[in-house]
Design a protein around this ligand. Structure first.
Ligand code: AMP
Ligand code: MG
Length: 610
């Protein structure tokens, strides 16, 4: 039976859409895959598909943490170098064996690290704290041992179940398996694990100019490199590449090749999606049904085809997402990173789909002329505790070496006219593992405004609102002068006055931390001190920091604003919009007091879509 390919319209032929819109559409078409049971060593980097409980205690028995003598702590009472306590050595137990004798009062059993503690013993004194060495060298009787220190009960004893107790939840569903988790599974006696299956990604290069890597290069041809870049990237992010080879720029050739890949979880093609005479990928797919074809507001990588191939297999209809990347090697790689990578990660069950990013000072001017989001290839280095990014050189979308040299992609926002040397830009780190993202900074938004504009009131309302939504919130207030909590006369103040660099007050349910500084810190320097793991950081003030800002404006304090409109993510005011913004760019405006709408805006734009 012939397979029928139906290409489903997702967006139709549309005008330019944003990277975020494009990504949302791609992600809406892929789902987490089903679990599979596999040998633990094949599970590295995969996501656990079920909770793992322990059926055993680890360690299974009390055992020695040191080589030495197992004894009763009581028997060492008062022992010292000058006054040893002598015990009769009644046996020896090595790791892997079980003791056959008990430790009676006045006796000891020689024991090796890991060996089970004999009945009666409650401590292990290491060899170095006994006279064994001197006994051996002076050929003294080894059926006795002198203990040279007083041992406490439990000394050098690892207790049964102290690491893992029977019944404990050891690894939660969703956990990404690293070497230590694989070791933990082994320690639990599991040779296999239930993990989310890895997606099979079919890869098809298209173009009459392409020739296989193992062929000499005739005039007019180039080697097919995209297949290899894409396949390596698929493997890197946890997929299984299935290489379909090269499809020619004809309807027949492409249809045949695509048919060969119909069993995969996703199809990635490169080339043939622009407006050239031979750009057949979209035509082939359109012929079989309809096509989703986009122009994404990004550079490089404007033309991208995306859709879902619906395949009828027997009586079953299955869907296969298809991402048609542009052919230029750099465009294809950068669009892969933005769209294919998160799709693969989602299928593998990963939660963090965003590329790890940092903020870096850009060393070069970067011109951006056509209002598209620019991904500049950069080399990131750390100098003086600060990341710097310098452009790798010529940035042609056919120059794969610009990627070879790069370890980051500087993201220059659309409508920004580029960046000037010295600006702080966001950089996607090409080679950082995705888990690094977890400890990355939390999203920050700052509420700014003139004094008495009601910043604090809005802060309180937003904190209440986000707590209601289950958020873990950190609030950071910028103060121009003295601090409310550091009052003269208080103990903390006295310690600080006496010169302590840090004063920390700890109570059963709170921690306050006062640190003397020789210069003011910016919010990004403050965050590591507060710690990671917040869903949202609400700051008050910090009007000069390069962070997302919402200005609170009150009519009675004048028509002017504290920040320029370009700097603001939103404006909250009780005045009419026109008086404030004139004809210029208008950020979203909220009515004073409408904290729910402001929270919705922050949640949608600054937290979920950052
Ligand atoms: P296309 O998007 O099909 O118009 O391709 C644009 C350009 O990308 C072509 O002219 C080739 O130089 C290059 N290209 C396309 N496919 C590949 C490939 N598989 N490997 C290397 N370069 C490619
Ligand atoms: Mg082509």
């Amino acid at each position: 039976m012939t397979k029928k390919i139906v290409y489903n319209t997702l967006l139709g032929v549309s005008s330019m859409i944003s990277v975020e819109e494009a990504l949302e559409k791609v992600l809406s078409c892929v789902e987490i895959l089903e679990p599979e049971q596999k040998p633990i060593l094949d599970c590295l980097g995969q996501v656990l598909a079920g909770d793992v409980y322990s059926t055993i205690d680890i360690p299974p028995l009390d055992n020695a943490a040191m080589d030495g003598f197992a004894l009763r702590a009581k028997d060492t009472h008062g022992a010292s170098e000058s006054s040893p306590r002598h015990l009769a050595v009644v046996g020896e137990v090595a790791a892997g064996s079980v003791p056959t004798k008990e430790v009676e009062p006045g006796t000891a059993i020689r024991i090796m690290t890991g060996a089970p503690l004999p009945e009666g013993a409650d401590a292990v004194v290491q060899f170095e704290s006994t006279d064994e060495v001197s006994r051996k060298s002076s050929r003294k009787d080894l059926s006795q041992i002198g203990i040279l220190c007083q041992a406490k009960k439990g000394l050098n004893v690892r207790c049964r179940g102290e690491d893992i107790a029977k019944g404990d939840l050891i690894l939660k569903k969703g956990r990404v398996l690293r070497p230590q988790e694989i070791g933990a599974l082994a320690a639990l006696g599991r040779s296999t694990a239930l993990v989310v299956r890895r997606p099979i990604v079919a890869i098809l290069a298209t173009g009459d100019e392409l020739i296989s890597v193992d062929q000499p290069l005739p005039p007019g041809k180039i080697h097919n490199s995209n297949t290899y870049t894409i396949a390596a990237a698929v493997s890197r992010y946890g997929g299984i590449p299935r290489i379909l080879g090269i499809g020619r720029d004809s309807v027949q050739s492409l249809t045949k090749k695509i048919d060969e890949g119909l069993d995969a979880d996703m199809l990635i093609t490169s080339g043939g999606v622009s407006k050239g005479d031979y750009d057949m990928v979209k035509d082939v797919l359109a012929e079989q049904g309809e096509i989703g074809f986009w122009t994404v507001c990004m550079k490089p990588g404007k033309p991208i085809a995306f859709g879902v191939i619906k395949k009828v297999k027997g009586r079953e209809e299955r869907k296969m997402p298809h991402l048609g990347l542009p052919g230029n090697p750099v465009s294809s790689m950068i669009t892969f990173e933005q769209f294919a990578r998160p799709a693969i990660l989602k299928m593998t069950g990963k939660k963090i789909l965003a590329k790890p990013t940092i903020r870096a000072i850009i060393d070069d001017d970067i011109a951006s002329t056509d209002a598209r989001r620019l991904f500049a290839r950069v080399i990131v280095t750390k100098r003086g505790g600060q990341y710097h990014a310098s452009v790798t050189g010529p940035q042609g979308s056919g120059m794969l070496t610009s990627m070879v040299k790069a370890n980051g992609l500087a993201v220059i926002p659309e409508n920004s006219n580029g960046a000037k040397a010295g600006d702080v830009v966001e950089v996607q780190m090409l080679d950082w593992g995705e888990e690094q993202d977890e400890v990355k900074t939390s999203p920050i938004v700052s509420i700014v405004g003139k004094s008495e504009s009601g910043k604090t009131v809005l802060m309180e309302q937003l904190i209440t609102e986000f707590k209601k939504r289950g958020y873990k919130v950190a609030a950071v207030k910028h103060s121009h002068g003295e601090m409310d909590i550091d009052h003269p006369g208080k103990d903390s103040w006295k310690f600080s006055q006496a010169g302590s660099d840090v004063v920390c007050i700890s109570s059963p349910d709170k921690l306050a931390f006062i640190k003397n500084l020789d210069r003011e810190l910016n919010i990004n320097e403050i965050m590591p001190i507060i710690g990671p793991g917040f869903d949202l950081v609400l700051a008050e003030g910090f009007k000069r920091s390069k962070i997302r800002k919402i200005e609170v404006h009150r009519k009675e304090l004048g028509d002017d604003l504290l920040c320029s409109l370009e700097e603001l993510s939103a404006l909250v005011t009780d005045a009419s919009l026109e008086t404030l913004t004139g004809d210029g760019r208008k950020p979203p405006v909220f009515r004073w007091g409408d904290a729910v709408a402001i929270a919705d805006f922050i949640e949608k734009n600054l937290v979920l879509n950052r």
